[in-house]
Design a protein around this ligand. Sequence first.
Ligand SMILES: [Zn+2]
Length: 241
Amino acid sequence: MILGRAGLASAAAIVLGGAVAWAAALPESYRIALENAGHVRYTPYDPDARKSTDGLTVFDFRYADHYTYTFETEMVGDSIDVRIHPEIHAEVTLQHTISLPRNCREGTAWCMRLRSHELDHVAISTDERPRLIFRWLVEHLDPIEHKAAAGTRIGGDWVRKAIDAEVATRHQRVLALIQRNYDLLDSVSVHGLRPIADRRAFFEDLYSLETLRGMHWAEAAEIADLLESEEYRQARRWCAE
Ligand SMILES: [Zn+2]
């Protein structure tokens, strides 16, 4: 029994525990390029000890930033208004860890399916668009405004803490966006048991303007110019068909 689209010679379906499982080998050159771009590390685990034969992908999307800033303070009533103007530059690094059961053997349809599904998770976080979004959000920050109690000493440490908190908040929001797309992949593909009907459209839509607006993502308005830019249109997507 073969499931899937015509022309995908390596597609195969096997029956596993009553469920029809989808197995499609990703093209070798795509897989290697994706593993390199996403800095993928494989960690085999003992399926008996874990009582599971699932795969799991953990992404590590972290940033290093440096910035300069100016700030003003003004006494208003009995508090201090602080206005900070940061100039931030951020770099993102990305790593993935894929856990697969130790008995997952190269070339078996079952293992192929597990691995292909985990690499679809990797494709979601290795997509260049979330990196562009994060950098845009922190490099185009509006002035940060805070109120501090009278008598607070507003110095470099205080200001840097305020900037760090703003950057960390935006980082968290981008992580949540990636996680939302990981969850979407699992629901659409039933954790890799079902082929995705239109893979190109699925991966394209993950970070599209329509999607971010439709989900009322809080930062969609902030990144409107980025989303319409040539850089965003050209950003590397990962999708093997
Ligand atoms: Zn999954």
